[in-house]
Design a protein around this ligand. Structure first.
Ligand SMILES: *[C@@H]1O[C@H](CO)[C@@H](O)[C@H](O)[C@H]1NC(C)=O
Ligand SMILES: *[C@@H]1O[C@H](CO)[C@@H](O)[C@H](O)[C@H]1NC(C)=O
Ligand SMILES: *[C@@H]1O[C@H](CO)[C@@H](O)[C@H](O)[C@H]1NC(C)=O
Ligand SMILES: *[C@@H]1O[C@H](CO)[C@@H](O)[C@H](O)[C@H]1NC(C)=O
Ligand SMILES: *[C@@H]1O[C@H](CO)[C@@H](O)[C@H](O)[C@H]1NC(C)=O
Ligand SMILES: *[C@@H]1O[C@H](CO)[C@@H](O)[C@H](O)[C@H]1NC(C)=O
Length: 475
């Protein structure tokens, strides 16, 4: 294996065909009203200034998970990363770096959505990686078991991509550093290469670059800011300790770039047949949920196949976006005041791997103006970041702030009241705390509902029923 020539692989994989994913402006639904906008709810949030800053001490979720098929979710930049088999210590990127990573990811989604089905986009993987490499794949990680005997691998989970992969020995084309030992196919009795004639190999060819070496199927996938190239293979996957899936399709990565620091690869929770939800549908019925903790110093969960909680309010998954989880946003309110969003944002991608929520430029600026108006009692600061508006809270000491609550309304009368931890972000300690939303830079009806704003909800993906649900106080 060590002598497998790399050059044909690289040569073949310089061409990457983006998915042909068509959403020709999924029909705008006009005239939807924002239910709940006239409520007498208290839309003012009180927050202790100091609680905006990160903590160095891990406090595990107090909510006991008595579910069999649940994995603990940890923010890889926080203090809760597991001690045994801990990922390499990683630098916490600046807020600007998170935003840059998001922008690359958003751009890659936009390319996928604007693709004409009859044309492909060809890119040379090795040259599209920006010189200053930013972290990839999201901050939230879970640990799963792979192989026989089973070994643990910490993977970033990603609803925006499909193939699950981990770095494999001997890493022919180079790997990013990881602390857990790399997966070694020669030491697992259940590892099998996927042959070029298999159905799996045909499936991967529909959404990634694909090639063959000695009848072994190769794949290549490019992300917003990184890529993986390797052997398509099957293995025994263990979720929690009870659920074991034989012949689970995964990527045995022989070359990966982009800093996936703090992980050993990705867990693909997208919508394609090769993604984990489809591969495990016999047991989990294509249903999963997660709760992201309010703070990086706390934990959440990723659960599979659980009953949808009664408290959950559900909105349909757009059938127009075949690969991503698309929702229809029908309103946004700031302290109960509805913003003009021109009918709807019918292509709102809910994504676990994008940090911030991105809004079309007109909506983004309307949000900023309303927020600024309602925060008139605080010291506005010009800021050094791309976020606006920003405030200097450093003179408030141990006091509290009252900030306007923000709600996003989805089709079907679903109101998601953003948790107070998801409204503002400290960019430079308390000297510069900004509204944690971003601009898509376009006025098309395209938005991303990022993970920073999803915190504390249990977000339920009932793919079989075509619904996404939100239940408050999920972790
Ligand atoms: C998988 O395929 C590669 C490339 O053909 C080969 O080097 C390796 O030995 C194969 N592994 C197994 C377990 O068959
Ligand atoms: C990723 O890991 C490498 C090697 O350990 C390190 O040099 C680099 O600074 C890390 N990057 C981040 C963003 O943590
Ligand atoms: C709303 O839509 C109309 C027509 O589609 C367009 O002319 C107008 O600029 C849009 N307004 C905003 C704020 O996006
Ligand atoms: C500003 O503070 C005053 C006095 O505490 C209060 O009455 C007023 O409602 C506040 N304004 C806003 C926009 O919060
Ligand atoms: C903020 O920006 C404005 C316009 O660019 C400038 O006039 C003002 O001096 C700046 N204020 C601070 C505190 O930097
Ligand atoms: C803020 O609170 C901390 C502990 O709660 C205390 O040690 C500190 O003296 C307080 N600072 C001020 C300015 O009140």
């Amino acid at each position: 294996m060590a002598s497998t020539p790399l050059s044909p692989m690289s040569l073949t994989f310089i061409l990457y065909v983006f998915l042909v994913l068509l959403c020709p402006l999924c029909s705008l639904k006009k005239g939807l009203t924002v239910e709940g906008k006239e409520t007498t709810k208290n839309y003012i949030r009180t927050v202790r200034v100091n609680s905006l800053l990160p903590s160095n001490v891990c406090s595990q979720s107090t909510r006991v998970l008595n579910r069999a098929s649940s994995l603990k979710v940890v923010n890889k930049y926080g203090p809760c990363i597991p001690v045994t088999g801990a990922p390499k210590t990683i630098n916490v990127p600046s807020t600007a770096e998170f935003l840059l990573q998001d922008q690359l990811r958003v751009k890659s989604f936009q390319v996928r959505l604007s693709m004409n089905p009859s044309s492909g986009v060809f890119k040379e993987m090795q040259t599209t990686i920006p010189a200053s490499i930013v972290p990839t794949g999201g901050a939230y990680v879970v640990t799963v078991g792979l192989g026989t005997p089973k070994k643990d691998f910490t993977l970033s989970f990603d609803t925006g991509s499909d193939l699950t992969w981990t770095q494999c020995e001997p890493c022919l084309g180079g790997c990013f550093p990881q602390n857990q030992p790399k997966f070694d196919p020669t030491t697992s009795t259940s590892y099998k290469n996927v042959s070029c004639s298999s159905e799996f190999c045909k499936l991967i060819a529909e959404e990634a670059a694909q090639d063959c070496i000695s009848n072994t199927c190769l794949y290549g996938i490019q992300y917003g800011s990184g890529y993986t190239i390797g052997f398509l293979a099957t293995e025994t996957l263990a979720i929690a300790s009870s659920d074991v899936f034989k012949n689970f399709l995964f990527g045995c990565s022989e070359e990966s770039r982009g800093t996936f620091n703090g992980t050993t690869g990705l867990l693909g929770l997208g919508r394609s047949p090769i993604a984990l939800p489809s591969q495990t549908t016999n047991k989990y019925k294509n249903l999963f949920s997660y709760c992201l903790p309010a703070s990086p110093s706390s934990t959440g969960h990723l659960s599979f196949g659980v009953e949808v909680s009664q408290a959950a309010k559900s909105t349909p998954i757009s059938p127009k976006l075949k690969q991503l989880y698309g929702l229809n946003t029908v309103g946004i309110s700031v302290r109960g005041r509805e913003l003009p969003i021109n009918g709807s944002i019918s292509r709102t991608i809910i994504d676990s791997g994008t940090t911030f929520t991105f809004l079309p430029s007109p909506t983004y600026s309307a949000l900023g103006s309303a927020f600024r108006e309602m925060m008139a009692n605080y010291t506005l600061t010009n800021g050094t970041s791309s976020f606006q508006p920003c405030y200097d809270f450093s003179n408030i000491g141990n006091g509290t702030l009252t900030i306007p609550g923000i709600s996003i309304f989805f089709e079907g009368g679903v109101e998601v009241e953003i948790d107070v931890s998801g409204i503002m972000i400290p960019v430079n300690g308390l000297k510069e705390v900004c509204l944690a939303f971003a601009d898509t830079g376009s006025d098309s009806d395209f938005a991303i509902f990022g993970n920073y704003q999803q915190k504390t909800y249990e977000v339920i993906y009932d793919v079989a029923k075509g619904m996404v649900g939100f239940a408050p106080k999920g972790c």
